[in-house]
Design a protein around this ligand. Structure first.
Ligand code: FMN
Length: 213
């Protein structure tokens, strides 16, 4: 993989000791960007399913797997979604090859007997505890959302995550029947040029964020 000097210029990467090649680390993290501009190249449901089949193995508490995906593809569906995006994000939803609404399912507990048979009793115990379920669903679905962003990159796709939206409006528009709760929207495709006009921003270092006790 080539190194884009305009993107990486001035950033100081420590030499990590990785179990994957530098090319893979570049693809997943160092050269990946949050993309706003995509080519017209299509992204199929089969591609999205392949990404999900990979990232479903990422860990969640009790193996609850509460992330749900709404694949927004038709012009009608895009217009319905765009109406609930903040102004700066609206055009991007209309222009992207495909958009995903990432959502958490507070009804995840119904699947515990299958997904965590050793804890089957928890399904009934959690049933009256909506607030606890919402919290668990959100925490673990957000974890899975992170896995998904990296998985999309692993499939050679680019992603543009966008939280600037009316989540309650999206929930009423799309999830009135199943009770899913939207987290954020991700546009998916292949980046046009650099995919963004924003220069790469620096990141906190390990020393900035870690304390050792
Ligand atoms: C959960 C989430 C929500 C975001 N929401 C927006 C958004 O509403 N609008 C936007 O332009 N960018 C949004 N971003 C993009 C971030 O600004 C971007 O990921 C960050 O600046 C890092 O950019 P880079 O990946 O290109 O280095 C969002 C990113 C994430 C992960």
């Amino acid at each position: 993989m080539t190194t884009d000097a305009t993107v990486l210029d001035g950033l100081d990467f420590p030499t990590p000791s990785l179990a994957v090649s530098d090319d893979v680390a570049d693809l997943l993290f160092r050269e990946a960007r949050s993309v706003g501009a995509f080519t017209a190249q299509d992204v199929t449901d089969e591609q999205l399913a392949a990404v999900y089949d990979l990232v479903k193995w990422g860990p969640t508490a009790l193996n609850t797997i509460p992330l749900r995906l709404l694949v927004v593809r038709t012009p009608e569906a895009r217009a319905r979604l765009a109406a609930h995006m903040n102004e700066g994000n609206r055009e991007r939803v209309l222009a992207a090859p495909v958009s995903l609404v990432l959502a958490a399912d507070p009804g995840f507990h119904k699947h515990i007997p299958t997904l965590a048979p050793h804890m089957a009793g928890l399904s009934d115990a959690l049933d009256p505890q909506l607030e606890t379920r919402q919290q668990m669903a959100r925490t673990n679905a957000l974890l899975q959302a992170g896995y998904l962003l990296v998985g999309l990159r692993a499939a050679g796709l680019d992603a543009g995550p966008m939280g600037g939206m009316d989540a309650a409006g999206i929930d009423a528009e799309f999830f009135a029947e199943n009770g899913w709760q939207s987290l954020f929207v991700v546009n998916v495709g292949h980046r046009e040029g650099a995919g963004t006009h924003h220069p790469r921003a620096p990141r906190h270092t390990f020393a900035d964020v870690a304390q050792t006790v």
